[in-house]
Design a protein around this ligand. Structure first.
Ligand code: SF4
Ligand code: SF4
Length: 376
């Protein structure tokens, strides 16, 4: 697989005419952004069945497919594993996606959001075989999957399905060592299996585009001309084996900024990497629950609540500026399938006795429950 430039246009946060309505996309603005993106030599577009209230694929057709030569771009979309009820749904949805996008084939086709539950479903419906059949029929060029779960599950899937050509992972400098997202461990697992990586959420839903002042100053001291978002995208793009970094661009300003440093991409140098490490420390000091993920609290919990994982997700969600779709809710729901929920806490305080940080865990779990158990 050869891809000329490592910035992909994510079509899940397109500009809106009504900020409260994700189906109301500003088409004139999208067309301008698509044209500008292509003019600068970028080609990769990433959409999915349900983005923008199920409208994103149609928007891609109108703004991209019907206005540009098919050879001028590469298109990725995804089988919505979460909506599959029968094996036959795959055929029906795939045909609908070709129609919605107005294409004869997809360059990249992903099984969307593999986690414990969706992978079980994918096994039941033989989705990898379905994708292989579509590939053999010339309707897909490359098959992969997007993933939101543990490195252990990723290893299991890649071992069972060596035919996978690439994986899409959440990677950014804040999640690199995050207990729940496991960016580094998932990345290392994918590379061990020799798979190219597409990066999603490099700017953590916009969180890393607006940093605490101290972190911004640290970056400005090294490269005053660069935006905070540029550090996040260059961090992800510089990793070995990363073939594409997706950015869900919502404005022409964001697009122009991304183009300015990705057109002639340079990985972070040693001085810049040191600045990122410092920024991680600064951002972590500003977080809502200062849990160090030591896990001393976990074993004694009678409800098997995933305490450090939930706190990591809560911290992520609190730092996020994005008040719409919250990816942390997806991770929370995944974990809650095999652990107690935050709202299951009975207040026995066994965990608090073993916490070296002396955190008021019960109180923090109430905050977690208020955010995620309500959101779901
Ligand atoms: S207080 Fe809640 S989280 Fe802590 S051990 Fe008891 S049930 Fe588990
Ligand atoms: S013991 Fe405290 S610091 Fe350690 S993981 Fe549990 S809540 Fe976090």
């Amino acid at each position: 697989m050869t891809t000329p430039r490592k910035l992909g246009f994510g079509c899940m946060r397109l500009p809106l005419t009504d900020p409260e309505d994700f189906a109301k996309v500003d088409m004139a603005q999208v067309e301008k952004m698509v044209d500008t993106f292509l003019e600068h030599g970028f080609t990769y577009f990433d959409t999915a069945y349900m983005y923008h209230e199920f409208q994103s694929e149609k928007i891609v057709r109108a703004a991209l497919v019907e206005r540009h030569d098919r050879s001028a771009f590469t298109l990725a979309t995804k089988l919505p594993t979460m909506f599959l009820k029968t094996e036959g749904d795959q055929e029906r949805i795939f045909a609908e996606q070709l129609e919605k996008c107005g294409v004869d084939y997809f360059d990249y086709y992903l099984l969307h959001n593999l986690n414990v539950a969706n992978y079980r479903k994918v096994c039941r419906f033989d989705s990898f075989a379905f994708a292989a059949r579509m590939k053999a029929e010339g309707k897909i060029r490359h098959v992969g999957f997007s993933f939101h779960d543990s490195a252990e599950l990723l290893d299991e899937i890649l071992t069972a399905h060596p035919e996978t050509e690439f994986v899409q992972l959440q990677i950014n400098y804040m999640d690199w060592e995050n207990e729940s997202i496991q960016s580094r461990r998932c990345y290392e697992t994918a590379r061990r299996h020799g798979k190219p990586v597409v990066v999603m959420e490099p700017v953590k839903g916009g969180t890393l585009a607006r940093l605490p002042e101290e972190a911004e100053q640290r970056f400005r001291a090294v490269r005053p001309e660069l935006s905070p978002a540029s550090w996040a995208i260059r961090y992800a793009a510089g990793l070995d084996g990363v073939m594409m970094v997706l950015s869900g661009m919502s404005t022409m300003e964001q697009l122009s900024d991304n183009i300015s440093y990705m057109q002639h991409f340079e990985p972070l140098n040693a001085e810049e990497r040191a600045a990122v490490e410092d920024a991680v420390g600064i951002i972590n000091r500003s977080i809502a629950v200062p849990c160090t993920a030591c896990r001393y609290c976990v074993d004694g919990c009678p409800k098997q609540i995933a305490i450090p994982e939930y706190f990591a997700l809560y911290n992520n969600a609190e730092q996020s500026l994005n008040k719409g779709f919250s990816v942390q809710t997806v991770y929370y729901a995944n974990l809650a399938q095999t652990h107690g929920r935050a709202s299951d806490c009975i207040g026995c305080r066994k965990c608090e006795k073993s916490c070296p940080q002396h955190l008021p865990i019960v109180e923090h779990l109430r905050q977690v429950a208020a955010r995620f158990d309500k959101e779901e």
